[in-house]
Design a protein around this ligand. Structure first.
Ligand SMILES: [Zn+2]
Length: 257
């Protein structure tokens, strides 16, 4: 009896070792990036007044960054670049918090919105988008950041002015290639945002969660965030069903505001 049990235990242990070995081998082989997960697409335009407009495109599912860049260039978008997602380890600690990171300009780690006399910068999102896009709910979540106020506003209420930054959010059929974009204009010194616009693309269908994800993602770019390496954040580089930022996104914003 004892001997039988021992042999059984040995066999079981051997089988476990084989399973562990097989699993380790499988994990050691790096999977190639899925289509549309091979980089980020940005166009950078120098304006006549010295300001710079950067536009970041969220690639549509199944569209590679290279393909998206080629399509945009063919449509006349200037200076389209494909950038690799840099490894978090290459970033200065000041430019990242956990899985989140800032959207860096060439001059600084973080480009911010001016306070203009307020205790916190005031970002009013003027929502021109269709009802399929949960922009209001995305704004409400981002407003949990303590250092910068995100306010939702319908177009008929207009932009109040007086130092309040108004960011217009549109939806429309903008053609294939991307699901959402954010254009941010920086002052010539690349230290402050002077304006931003968001476009949500109705060309691709999506679930409510995916639409919410796109709205949350683009609004995160407006506030100054670059992509988050965690799929648990809506600012992960590619479309998902994640509707919220993660704690690192909030922590990073609060470091700068
Ligand atoms: Zn993005």
């Amino acid at each position: 009896m004892r001997t039988g049990r021992s042999i059984g235990a040995v066999l079981l242990a051997a089988a476990s070792t084989i399973v562990v070995a097989l699993t380790s081998t499988a994990q050691a082989v790096a999977a190639p990036p899925a289509p549309g997960r091979d980089g980020v697409v940005v166009s950078v335009q120098k304006n006549r007044d010295g300001t710079i407009t950067e536009t970041a495109y969220t690639p549509a599912p199944g569209v590679t960054a290279k393909d998206l860049a080629a399509r945009l260039t063919a449509r006349g978008v200037p200076n389209v670049k494909v950038a690799d997602e840099p490894a978090m380890t290459t970033l200065a600690a000041a430019c990242s918090s956990g899985t989140a990171r800032t959207w860096p300009s060439s001059a600084t780690c973080f480009v911010r919105w001016a306070y203009n006399g307020y205790a916190r910068p005031q970002i009013y999102f003027i929502d021109h988008s269709g009802s399929a896009w949960p922009v209001g709910r995305a704004v409400t979540k981002w407003n949990e950041t303590s250092g910068i106020d995100s306010v939702y506003r319908i177009p008929s209420s207009g932009c109040p002015g007086g130092g309040i930054h108004c960011v217009h959010v549109y939806s429309g059929n903008y053609g294939s290639g991307w699901t959402g974009l954010t254009s941010r204009t920086l002052n010539a010194a690349e230290t402050y945002y002077t304006g931003a616009t968001v476009k949500l693309n109705t060309y691709y269908s999506g679930t409510e969660a995916e639409h919410w994800n796109t709205a949350c993602h683009e609004l995160g770019h407006v506030l100054g965030l670059d992509h988050n390496t965690s799929t648990g954040s809506c600012v992960y580089a590619y479309r998902s069903s994640q509707r919220y930022p993660n704690a690192d996104d909030f922590n990073l914003l609060e470091r700068y505001y």
